[in-house]
Structure formats: C-alpha cells, structure tokens
Design a protein around this ligand. Structure first.
Ligand code: B12
Length: 259
C-alpha cells in the first residue's frame, strides 16, 4: 500500500470509529508499541488469582498485527454508572466492546483486511492500552499514572483492535502538558497515599480495590422490575481530582492521521 492510500485509510478508519457517539480513536504502529515503557517494565505482583500480567510476554502477537486501533470512551464524572462493576463487567466497557465489534465488521467489509478486537487483559492477549493510546496521540501519561486526554482528562476507558494494515500513526502529540503547574491534586486525593514516594504504588492501589470489593453498593439498576442489583464502585479518586479536560462535554472529533 503506498503512502497516500495508507494515509487515507487511517483517516477513514478514524472517521468511522469517531462516528460512534462519545468515541475518540487513534492509530499506533504495533512495532512501536512493542518497545513502549509498559513492555519494558517488569512486575510480578500477586493479586488473588496470581500475577496479573507476568505472562504477558509469552503470548506472541499475530504476525499480521501491523497497527493498533485504540478506542476511547468518555466516563464523565456525571455518569458514574458507566464504571460500576456488576459481576460481569461495566456498562462503559460493554459499549466499547460493541463498538470494537462493529469496527471489525466495517474494517473487513470496507478495507478487506483483518481486524481483531483484543481482550482486556494483557495476559489474555490484550495490549497495554495506555501506552497504545499515547502512541496513537490520544493523550499523555499524567502524574496519576493514567492516560490524560485533552477532552476528558483521565476520565476515559480504552479498548483496542489489531489491524492487519500498516497505517500512518495518529500520534504521539507534543502540545499537551496537563500536569505542568498542577499542585498534584491526584496525589493528594488518593485514599491510600499511593503516590507518597513520588511514584505510583500498585500495591497500595490494589489494597484500595480490595476494600471497594468488600463494600458492594446496592442500586436499582433494573428499571423495569425495580430489582436491586449489587455493584462495586471502584475508586476513581486520582482521575476525578484531575482538572484536565472539559468535565461536562462529550468529545468532539479532533484526530486525523499526520502527513
Ligand atoms: C492491571 C490493571 C490495573 C491494576 C494494576 C494497575 C497498574 N498500573 O499497575 C489495578 C487493579 C491496581 C488497576 C487500578 C486502576 N486502574 Co487499571 N488497568 C490495569 C490493566 C489491565 C493493565 C495495566 C498494567 O498492568 N500496566 C503495566 C504496569 C507495569 O504499568 P503502569 O503502572 O500502568 O505504568 C506504565 C504506564 O504509565 C507507562 N508510561 C509511563 N509514562 C509513559 C510515557 C509514554 C510515552 C508511554 C507510551 C507510556 C508511559 O509506563 C509505565 C510502566 O513503566 C489496564 C488495561 C490494559 N489492558 O492496559 C487497566 C487500566 C490501565 N486501568 C484503568 C483504570 C481507570 C484504573 C483505576 C482508576 C481503577 C478504576 N476505577 O477503573 C485504577 C488507577 C490506577 C492508576 N492510577 O494507575 C484504565 C486507565 C484509563 C486511563 N485514563 O488511563 C485502564 C486502561 C483500563 C480501562 N478500562 O480503560 N488497574
């Protein structure tokens, strides 16, 4: 595929992905993602069922995985239910999975190439989504250790697909520095003081998650029969404290492939 058609393919993929309400999208090169910081980091933190991602390197990516399409869905502070874990997943994640599947069908029928919606967990064959999003130009990593987007700050959730086409990446960006001049509100907000050493402590954060799971919340989720449903509302203190992004707005189309 020559450069011009490659560029126009990137643009039409982004345009299609962003036609879904509330979705932003970007493209990263799979080769570049393999070198990203999370792939270089080592950890074997135990958490109930065992190491959370120590096996991630043992799952080889498919050879035809050339690009990664990253999907971003806003979880504004005013829609907390998108983030509630109901035992099977969260509503926000289900939205992203539906969009990923529709993108797969569109990609295969329109561009006649392969698209693979990826699992969420790296140890099941997924990718490190924050790194992929940064490389795709969707934001930067903030002091809260999260992807911070210009549109919604860190209040977003991510999914990705492998694409079998080599495409022009849409990032990274160099014009967005949300933490500059901020008195680290995210660090101060953490109930476990997980940033007290000046870096994110995964172990402290996990303790908070365990506490959240022990405190399920009852809500009338099923509006038809009014049945109470139990959900876990995981801590979001470090994202909700972040002043970056336009809190009330749903994102607008911003991205196009670089020339
Ligand atoms: C395992 C996991 C957890 C674990 C461990 C987290 C951890 N960071 O280690 C636990 C359960 C504790 C957890 C907690 C949370 N998580 Co979590 N988690 C994941 C998961 C599945 C993998 C993350 C991982 O293991 N990373 C590897 C470790 C080694 O690296 P890391 O700590 O993330 O730090 C790396 C990056 O910051 C990167 N990096 C740093 N600087 C730079 C610069 C550049 C240029 C690049 C490219 C990369 C980069 O390198 C670091 C490693 O060196 C991802 C989904 C996925 N498939 O990616 C979601 C994910 C990261 N989690 C998410 C969220 C929202 C949360 C929570 C807010 C809880 C919640 N309510 O959902 C907290 C926030 C924690 C925090 N402040 O980091 C979102 C993040 C969205 C965002 N805006 O960034 C993700 C992407 C899932 C999603 N649904 O979209 N999580």
């Amino acid at each position: 595929m020559d450069f011009r058609s490659n560029l126009s393919a990137s643009n039409s993929i982004i345009k299609k992905a962003q036609s879904f309400p509330g979705v932003l999208a970007g493209i990263a090169a799979a080769e570049t993602l393999k070198q990203a910081p999370s792939y270089r980091a080592r950890s074997s933190v135990e958490w109930k069922t065992g190491a959370m991602f120590e096996t991630h390197e043992s799952i080889p990516w498919p050879e035809d995985a050339k690009s990664v399409l990253v999907l971003v869905y806003g979880h504004p502070s005013g829609e907390p239910e998108l983030d509630w874990w109901d035992g099977k997943g969260t509503e926000g994640n289900r939205v992203l999975m539906r969009v990923a599947e529709q993108m797969r069908q569109w990609f295969e029928s329109t561009l006649h190439a392969k698209a693979d919606p990826l699992p969420y967990h790296v140890e099941n064959g997924g990718v490190f989504l924050k790194d992929a999003a940064v490389l795709a130009g969707l934001g930067v990593i903030g002091r809260n250790n999260l992807l911070v987007t210009p549109e919604l700050g860190p209040r977003v959730r991510l999914r990705a697909l492998f694409l079998s086409l080599e495409l022009v990446p849409t990032g990274p960006i160099d014009w967005f520095s949300p933490c500059e001049g901020c008195p680290s509100l995210c660090w101060k907000a953490c109930p476990q003081k997980a940033f007290d050493t000046g870096a994110y402590s995964r172990m402290d954060c996990i303790l908070q998650m365990e506490e959240n799971r022990a405190n399920v919340k009852k809500i009338d989720q099923n509006k038809q029969d009014g049945r109470a449903v139990e959900v876990v509302s995981y801590c979001r203190a470090c994202e909700l404290a972040c002043p970056a992004g336009h809190w009330e707005e749903r994102p607008v189309t911003r991205y196009s492939a670089k020339t």
